[in-house]
Design a binder for this molecule. Sequence first.
Ligand SMILES: Cc1cc2nc3c(=O)[nH]c(=O)nc-3n(C[C@H](O)[C@H](O)[C@H](O)COP(=O)(O)O)c2cc1C
Length: 401
Amino acid sequence: MLKDKKILLGISGSIAAYKSAFLARELQRRGAEVKVVMTPSATEFITPLTLATLTNHRVYSDFTEDKDTGEWTNHVELGLWADIFLIAPATAQTLSAMVNGAGDNFLLAVHLSSRCPVMVAPAMDLDMFTHPATQKNLKTLQDRGVDVIEPESGSLASGLDGKGRMAEPENIANHLERWFNARAPLHGKRVLITAGPTHEPIDAVRFLGNRSSGKMGFALAEALIKAGAHVQLISGPVQLSHPKGVDELIQVETAQEMYEAAISRIEKVDIAIATAAVADARPANASQKKLHKHELPEAIQLEQTPDILLSWGERKSPHQIIVGFALETDDGLESAKKKLSRKNADIIVLNSTLDPGAGFGTDTNKVTIFEKGGKTHNFDLKSKSEVAQDIVNLLLNKVKP
Ligand SMILES: Cc1cc2nc3c(=O)[nH]c(=O)nc-3n(C[C@H](O)[C@H](O)[C@H](O)COP(=O)(O)O)c2cc1C
């Protein structure tokens, strides 16, 4: 959940500042980009060099870049850059200065000018933490919308035992994940996706299949998880690693198995997306054992498989959004529009093999999206993750809160 999040990490002068190095690493490990601002006091506890090396960004602790030339650091820009300003550790002094709106060090100036939300992880001795002044400062900051990550209890650097230790880096990172998740645009929405091809047995070892790679469905799963959705992914046989963060990955082989998995889950979801290239037909008389060469039939009799998108459409309840994909070998516009109404879908995403770089197996796709009600959106050739993002953006306009 911290993927691509921009976190401005403020460090003030507590002995817990050494933990900020681990925190910066943990945030990056979870996908965040981290920049660091330090109070002058904090630079006595941990060097800017350590944090600059870990984060791959210069560290900011002074108003001026070069005292001789008068070149200065733009504290306003940092506040605009960040998705969140996390001050960890936050000393009693820094908390008090924040309450008073002080701006006499660089970190405090960033605090005053930042437009992003602010979060603090206090760290101090037991008596400093329980002091009425500190408690009042924390309450004032909370009333202003600052999120406070409660310190933890245990032995303190002073030798005392009690509440005041900065929360462990992993717990701070978990808190941030929960914070972002609760504010994600599709938070709490449940999404069901089908992806990949299906394999329809001819005998115990042979099958009828297609060239679908599953990449589009997996890219959509990732984009939807990033937007805060709970994703169940039903996948045919693919050579892709499991997308991180799916609630449930259901691996199936045949159209019938995919149909059963898709129908049994449709009722509980808000959005259902059919990207899978499900076989339209299967061998009617598949053999349980491997057929020898001389036993192979001259012709394979086919029977139709159940239609997942159609069945979803028949069961659709008013709050649900159903998205289908159509792959055509001509321009496909008319058949995509017909599919939209025939299958009672809300969106049809059309890709055509006529477009170079679009369709099965590729890392890119070029799509036209038809919405129920007549709106059409044409997109350029893009990576499948960018196409997934375009689809998620459309869904954001359609989902009901
Ligand atoms: C070894 C040492 C450890 C300290 N640890 C803390 C601490 O954990 N929390 C705190 O609020 N102050 C602590 N202080 C006091 C702060 O460093 C001092 O209040 C300083 O002015 C804070 O400045 P700043 O908030 O601008 O970084 C410590 C001081 C020393 C010398």
